[in-house]
Design a protein around this ligand. Structure first.
Ligand SMILES: [Zn+2]
Ligand SMILES: [Zn+2]
Length: 265
């Protein structure tokens, strides 16, 4: 079992359910010592319905999580963070959130890029080689900032890239090596394990984690942390996580279960 989960969403993103307190209660029931909230980051001037809350929702988020942290401090440690895309336009904002102590940490969720004010999702039905390298470069640029404490689902690209070819391997290797260089753990994400295997090209598999990517992680002995990526309080205690725990045991990773938060000054 685990002692910590740092990947927890809230209803504010529009695709998660439950109250903030229900997540805390399920986490206590599961026996967690550390619960980190990392809802999809709310960004000024960006409206993305059912992807992230509007910028104005951040205040309620900060207040609610800090209040829960106080009220439950005898039973569990609660941290406040965001899952944030490494968008360079927002690096100063991220830095100010961390420097001021408004939030405790960021996890890097490389879902999209920002092109002249327009958000563009990395992966859809067809993923080109070009977007694969763009994914890698965006992710590594994020690591270079020192703002991110963990890489959420680093193999996210394999959800829509259907071949484990030269390019997929190269991008994977470069990401894993950068994670080691900047000492940022890679998150073995359980969200799509709970959803079950799906047909991807010729393989029946999870969108991610993509196990060949994780064999490479093991080979390089990079640090790994489990992320439940809860979008409902019950995701924390779901039986469907058992398959994830089994895979993690089988892979025998260099596993950490407490996330050191990057210090920003
Ligand atoms: Zn989400
Ligand atoms: Zn994510």
């Amino acid at each position: 079992m685990i002692r910590s989960n740092y990947h927890t969403h809230t209803f504010r993103c529009g695709h998660a359910i439950g109250s903030d307190e229900e997540y805390v209660l399920q986490a206590i029931g599961l026996g967690l010592q550390n619960l980190g909230f990392s809802d999809h980051v709310m960004l000024e001037n960006i409206t993305q319905e059912n992807v992230r809350g509007n910028f104005s929702a951040r205040i309620g988020y900060f207040n609610s999580i800090r209040d829960l942290a106080n009220r439950y401090q005898e039973r569990i440690k609660i941290y406040l963070g965001f899952e944030a895309e490494p968008l360079k336009e927002y690096f100063p904002y991220y830095r100010s959130l961390l420097e001021s102590g408004t939030i405790d940490y960021l996890i890097l969720g490389n879902h999209c890029t920002l092109d002249k004010g327009i958000l563009r999702a990395f992966f859809g039905k067809n993923t080109s080689k070009k977007s694969l390298y763009e994914y890698r470069d965006t992710l590594i640029r994020g690591l270079e900032t020192g703002l991110f404490s963990c890489i959420a689902h680093p193999d996210y690209f394999m959800d829509s890239y259907l071949k484990w070819d030269y390019h997929a391997k190269k991008v994977s290797r470069d990401i894993i090596k950068a994670a080691i260089r900047y000492d940022v753990p890679l998150e073995f994400n359980f969200a799509l394990i709970r959803r079950g295997k799906v047909q991807k090209g010729k393989e029946l598999r999870y969108g991610y984690p993509y196990l060949k990517f994780w064999e490479m992680v093991k080979k390089y002995n990079a640090k790994v942390i489990i992320g439940l990526d809860a979008h409902s309080p019950d995701d924390l205690i779901s039986d469907k996580n058992d398959e994830g725990y089994r895979l993690v045991n089988q892979m025998n990773f260099n596993l950490i279960d407490t996330l050191p938060f990057k210090k920003v000054r």
